[in-house]
Design a protein around this ligand. Structure first.
Ligand SMILES: CSC[C@H]1O[C@H](OP(=O)(O)O)[C@H](O)[C@@H]1O
Ligand SMILES: Nc1ncnc2[nH]cnc12
Length: 335
């Protein structure tokens, strides 16, 4: 995928504890994308379990609660040690562009099936643990964002590669606790390789919006964290794809409001689905096998647990790091 533009990315929360800033973003005009066929039929009698590991997941954000016109192979209702994810996990079949074979893709709706979870309520640990437990090693996460730069216009897509966290301390943000101590690198919060292929509910004040701009921020949202950090801890490659829906409140145009965000999301939803199809096509290629399996992240958590001497290990500590990502299917069976 071709891309252009340099900037930063900001993430915002209600109490302004949260800002994420991307040092470099690639704003990608839609003309760069080829049209992909998304007219898959929905299978009748969707199963409640799935036998094969699923390596790739899409997390849908605001305005992207489902992926219509993909083939639905299964719907998994799971429970994790961190509770239930924000939505059931749909397993979709995406035909490989080379072999035509169906590639299973997990889809999860960040804010729930009906947008019932506010950004600070999203059960991010359960979401990431649930995806990891079914084999996911690559996540493409979608987000509706405010633009902090004139040149990023509503409906432009932005692929961020850096982030400033202003959610610190106000949301559960780690799997490593209770006697399972671990530390992962987060210098590059998003997955570079993937980039090549591609709390609070209140919006910011004008002063804040201008402050983030003065920091060089490109876009602002409420969702990238802790999601990206938890994915790294779970050794999952993670890339957020942002769609600009407004100019926040720093611009001379109308201040951001939900109607504006939803209007742009709706109008641009077909482009978002094409975008997802193109990314999945790319990731389905054999040459990206190692990338999709996040081989480059293997070993990130190698010292998790062992840093704590036996005497200090918590009673609730899982037997092994991998063991902590076990889930229970609420209805159906784990296959
Ligand atoms: C409805 S506007 C604010 C809302 O939109 C973004 O959601 P998401 O990142 O899940 O697409 C933003 O982060 C806020 O949660
Ligand atoms: N202006 C904005 N601030 C925070 N999150 C957003 N999501 C969409 N627009 C936003």
């Amino acid at each position: 995928m071709t891309s252009s533009g340099v900037g930063q990315y900001l993430i915002n929360s209600n109490f302004m504890h949260e800002i994420a800033s991307l040092r470099t973003v690639k704003t990608v005009p839609l003309t760069f994308y080829r049209t992909v066929f998304l007219g898959y039929r929905k299978m009748a009698g969707v199963a409640d379990s799935y036998a094969d590991p699923v390596r790739i997941a899409v997390i849908g954000g605001t305005g992207l609660q489902s992926l219509p016109r993909f083939t639905y192979a299964a719907t998994l209702n799971v429970s994790t040690p961190w509770g239930q994810p924000s939505s059931p996990i749909s397993i979709l079949h995406h035909p490989s562009p080379t072999s035509g074979k169906p590639i299973p893709i997990a889809f999860l709706s960040r804010h729930g099936l009906h947008h019932e979870f506010a950004p600070h309520e999203v059960p991010a640990r359960a979401n990431i643990a649930a995806l990891r437990s079914i084999g996911v090693r690559t996540i493409i996460a979608f987000s509706a964002v405010g633009s902090l730069q004139e040149e990023i216009k509503p409906r432009d897509f932005v692929v961020p590669d850096q982030i400033i966290d202003r959610t610190k301390g106000v949301r559960p943000f780690t799997f490593f606790e209770k006697g399972m101590v671990g530390h992962v690198g987060f210098g590059d919060p998003f997955d570079e390789g993937l980039a090549k292929v591609v709390r609070g509910p209140q919006f910011s004040t004008r002063a804040e919006s201008n402050l983030y701009r003065s920091w060089g921020g490109s876009v602002i949202n409420m969702s990238a964290l802790p999601e990206a950090k938890l994915a790294r801890e779970a050794e999952i490659g993670y890339q957020m794809i942002c769609m600009a829906t407004d100019y926040d409140c720093w611009h001379t145009s109308e201040d951001v409001n939900v109607e504006m965000v939803m209007g742009h999301m709706k109008a641009n939803s077909e482009n978002a689905r094409r975008f997802i199809g193109a990314v999945l096509d790319e990731l389905s290629k054999e040459e990206h096998g190692d990338l999709v399996l996040a081989k480059h992240l293997d070993g990130q958590t190698k010292f998790a647990g062992s840093i704590t001497a036996k005497a200090g290990r918590g009673r609730r500590r899982p037997r092994s790091w991998a063991g902590s990502f076990r889930v229970t299917l609420i209805d159906g069976r784990i296959a």
